[in-house]
Every structure is written in C-alpha cells, then in structure tokens.
Design a binder for this molecule. Structure first.
Ligand code: NI
Length: 193
C-alpha cells in the first residue's frame, strides 16, 4: 500500500464529478487499500477518491479510526445506533431515500483546519458495490449518514464549504490558497471527512 497526496480545495479535481467504476480488478482494490492508508495517516473518518486525485466513484468510511469502540461500550453503542459496523468501501454509491435533518460541525481533509455547521439528512438508504463488484444496501444514521453524504458530494464535485455564505467561502478559499503557497497547510485536526 502507498500513501497518496491529499488535494486541497480549491484544487479543480475537487470540483469535478467522478466517473462510475466499471471494472472491479486488482488495480481498483490496490487503490482502495491506498485510500485507507492515506485516510488513517491523516486521521480522517471518510475519504472520496477525488480527494487523492482519482476521478472514480469510490468512497471509504472508518468512523472509529483508533479502534476506540473496543474499550468504550458507549461509543460502541453509538456506532451501532448509526448503523456502522466496520470500515467500509462504497463504490458507485447512490442514495435511494433520505429522512430527517441533522446539523453537524463538519471538517474535511481537503479543507484542513476548517470546521463549519452543515445541514444534512439524518438518515439515508444507500445502494453501492464493494471492491469486488458485489452490490449491497445499507441504512446509515447520524454521523455515518453525514459522512456518506459528505463523501458523495465530493464525488459529485462539491466540497462542504460550498454550503456556506459566499463571504465565508471566499475567506476560507483565500486562507487555503495562502497556506498552500506558504506550505503551511494545517494537517492536524480531529474529525475530518
Ligand atoms: Ni471531505
């Protein structure tokens, strides 16, 4: 496995719609492995392929990157309530229904150091394929649902700051461009998807 560079907004690859995966081969599975390594290294809980410069409809989720639930029954119960069981890959994912509303303070590995409140559906039903092309359906709630919606936005060329006011968005954009130019992109933050 190899760690991949994470693209920082407003990189154009983050504003481009990713293509459907048609071939489920070893190259795809290697890429998924690389994405998991990249996400773990960056301490993220979700990652979409275009964040590492690959325009394919692949997203991964790991809501418990430090394996804390093993020694924390409350966290284990929370993850279960959200419908989350284990790290997973969703390929060609589509939301088939969504319900309710939840506001979450979101962060993003492609917009380091920034968190902002975003409204999302509280629950989503998703159909997707695994890395072998096997289809499955899942129901996600809470942070699990937020994470899937955030990553699907990425694959559709949308970053969470685009939900903010133009003023806020432009301020963040300037900060990112400046940080990139100065090579001072802040890579330490808690929850980033
Ligand atoms: Ni993100």
């Amino acid at each position: 496995m190899a760690k991949l560079p994470i693209h920082i907004w407003p990189d154009p690859v983050l504003s481009t719609r990713a293509d459907e995966v048609k071939v489920f081969d070893d190259a795809l599975r290697t890429m998924v492995g690389d994405m998991f390594e990249t996400m773990a290294d960056a301490r993220g809980i979700g990652l979409a392929a275009n964040q590492v410069g690959i325009l394919q409809r692949v997203l991964i989720v790991d809501l418990d990157p430090e394996n804390d639930a093993a020694g924390d029954p409350e966290l284990a119960e929370q993850l279960k309530e959200w419908g989350y069981e284990k790290p997973m890959v969703l390929i060609n994912a589509e939301i088939t229904s969504s319900h309710g509303k939840i506001t979450w303070e979101e962060g993003c590995l492609s917009v380091p150091g920034v968190t902002e409140k975003v409204d999302r559906a509280e629950s989503v039903t998703v159909k997707a394929c695994d890395e072998f092309g096997k289809p499955f359906t899942l129901e996600a709630h809470g942070l699990f649902a937020v994470c899937i919606q955030h990553e699907l936005d990425h694959l559709n060329g949308r970053v969470f700051v685009e939900y903010l006011s133009k003023l806020k968005r432009d301020l963040i954009k300037r900060r990112m461009i400046k940080a990139k130019a100065e090579h001072t992109v802040n890579e330490t933050q808690t929850v980033s998807i």
